[in-house]
Design a protein around this ligand. Structure first.
Ligand SMILES: Nc1ncnc2c1ncn2[C@@H]1O[C@H](COP(=O)(O)OP(=O)(O)OP(=O)(O)O)[C@@H](O)[C@H]1O
Length: 554
């Protein structure tokens, strides 16, 4: 258990001062609370005992001031305790989230592809949230419980050693035994809840994303029923967890009740020794101990959930990026890009069949090459090897005669522009959607590029470049999206452009228009274009045919 939680416990050293301050405030609040209840109990009993006769002899002022002081101290310390402890928790969570992002961003597509997007999101949100439990609900109650027990022992021990010892032993046993019982009872349920929450989120995201298809094929009820089944199992476990929590509360009340009875018995036994109001003080201290024990069962009941979440986060965080870029890579000519594939073989991880075997070819700077082949033969994969999304199993790829792993990431990205198969239109302005290709581009450059891809009609609205695209904005057709993709690539102005079926699923006329744009704009630049159907052979210097894991040149 410690091994799983140690990365998170270590984090606490960054916030040591805040944690100590939070703990001191918890102790002050707890002590004030117990003092308030016992002093009030003693005060009420003492006034009852002195009766009317004590109207002028009994000192009402001092205990009343004590009660008021303790009440104010309790409120103020609790307020600041919440402020400090919640702030510390949020800081720890923020640190964890930022760290998790830093870890995951350098991972390769291969590593990220192991996780579903909804699962990743769940790890970042729910799993990290569960980890707040560790400090706020586990560490704080246990440490403050133990320290307050010591404080009670010293305070009650001043009056009666036996009663102090009884209270201390009962509290210590409860603090040590209850966690074991409730950790065991809640371990499996907690782990299941964490897993079911993730499963539910993944199913829900697929359900929402696939609404159109599910409606068209009338598959919604079946899919919905599956979702309901997962939800029901998740709810059943939450119910079991809530039942255990109620049992825990009952157990605490029982322990406190029995302890109070024992205190009454012991104090009454020595009734001649004490004033009756002092006996009331002992009883009220006993009752006030509920505050110490109450948070402990819940902390351990949820520990299973915390451990599962910690394990899921550890699994994500321990991954080392398998595609690394040097900090300061090789330098190259800025406006030139030739490509050389030397004996490249590649297989996807855990796949028995290789996609390529011993592929070798050269593309000189400025050449336009078409890459054709049957569906699924590996055309997109080949482009992804050049972008270093994937790593060849064997062989080397050279750009400008430098092995691509020698380039640092900014240099490699500046050498190539990519027009992917699916163009992502961000829910943002037209300007920001284009600036992805070249963040420093001027408005005039953006307008010029829109004209060259024949999208100037988007500028006719009153909003101009501020036109909102994507969700909640202007919807673009398939052809218009491709043109935005080409516009981004043009703005990027790299010596090499990789195009993955830029005319796929377009009508003949639009395809011809886009090919003409490419022909016009990419003179003097290297182009490698994946395509299914070739309607314009002359525009390419070579056609590479990818077949049966090898490339032949036509
Ligand atoms: N992440 C992956 N894990 C395992 N196999 C994959 C992965 N991505 C693609 N493949 C498989 O690798 C092969 C090549 O895929 P790729 O997408 O490169 O083909 P393609 O020639 O571009 O296909 P299309 O013309 O349909 O776009 C296919 O059999 C595909 O199923």
């Amino acid at each position: 258990m410690l091994k799983i939680l140690s990365p998170y416990i270590k984090l606490y050293s960054h916030y040591f001062a805040m944690i100590i301050l939070g703990m001191v405030l918890v102790l002050v609040a707890l002590a004030a609370s117990i003092f308030l209840l016992s002093l009030s109990g003693w005060f009420l009993s003492a006034t009852a005992f002195v009766g009317v006769a004590g109207l002028y002899t009994f000192n009402y002022m001092l205990p009343a001031a004590g009660v008021r002081g303790a009440a104010i101290l309790r409120t103020v310390s609790r307020y600041f305790e919440r402020l400090v402890n919640h702030d510390t928790t949020f800081k720890i969570l923020a640190y964890l989230r930022t760290n998790a992002f830093k870890k995951i961003l350098p991972l390769s597509a291969m590593q990220i592809a192991q996780y579903q997007k909804a699962d990743l999101l769940n790890r970042f949100i729910a799993d990290i949230d569960h980890l707040d439990h560790l400090y706020l609900r586990l560490f704080v109650p246990i440490v403050s419980g133990l320290l307050t027990t010591l404080f009670i022992y010293l305070a009650i021990g001043y009056f009666d050693q036996t009663i102090a010892l009884v209270i201390t032993v009962i509290l210590l046993m409860a603090i040590l035994v209850i966690p074991v019982i409730f950790y065991q009872a809640g371990k499996q349920i907690g782990a299941q809840i964490a897993a079911q929450q993730s499963e539910y989120r993944q199913n829900l995201v697929s359900y929402l994303q696939g609404q159109a298809e599910l409606t068209l094929f009338n598959a919604k009820p079946r899919y919905r029923a599956q979702l309901d089944t997962v939800e029901q199992r998740w709810l059943d476990n939450q119910k079991k967890q809530a039942t255990l929590l109620s049992l825990a509360t009952a157990l605490i009340l029982l322990i406190i009740g029995l302890m109070t009875l024992l205190i009454i018995y012991l104090a009454a036994d020595g009734i001649s020794q004490y004033d009756s109001p002092i006996i009331a003080l002992f009883i009220f201290v006993g009752l006030a101990c509920t505050e110490i024990l109450a948070p402990i069962p819940a902390a351990f009941l949820f520990l299973g959930q915390v451990l599962t979440s910690a394990q899921r986060m550890n699994e994500l965080m321990k991954q080392q990026p398998d595609i690394l870029f040097p900090q300061h890579g090789a330098k190259t000519e800025p406006n030139v890009c030739s490509i050389e594939f030397n004996n490249i073989a590649f297989a996807y991880p855990n796949q028995p069949i290789t996609v390529f075997e011993a592929i070798s070819f050269n593309i000189k700077h400025g050449e336009h090459v078409a890459l054709v082949g049957k569906t699924g033969c590996g055309k997109s994969t080949l482009l992804n090897l050049i972008t270093r999304t994937w790593q060849p199993t064997t062989g080397k790829i050279y750009l400008n005669k430098v092995e691509i792993s020698q380039f640092d990431e900014p240099t490699l990205r500046n050498m190539m522009a990519v027009i992917p198969q699916v163009i992502t239109i961000f829910s943002d302005t037209l300007r920001n959607n284009l600036l992805i290709g070249h963040p420093q581009a001027t408005d005039q450059q953006l307008i010029d590029v829109l004209k060259s891809v024949e999208l100037e009609k988007l500028l006719t609205s009153d909003n101009g470049l501020e036109l909102w695209l994507g969700e909640g904005g202007r919807t673009l057709s398939g052809g218009e999206k491709r043109r935005i993709g080409i516009a981004r690539a043009l703005l990027h102005n790299a010596p090499l452009t990789l195009m993955d079926e830029p005319t796929e699923s377009l009508d003949n006329q639009t395809e011809q228009q886009i090919l003409a744009i490419i022909k016009k704009c990419y003179q003097g630049k290297t182009v490698l274009m994946v395509t299914h159907r070739l309607t314009d052979h002359e525009m390419f210097d070579h056609t590479f045919v990818l077949d049966n894991k090898h490339v032949s040149i036509r």
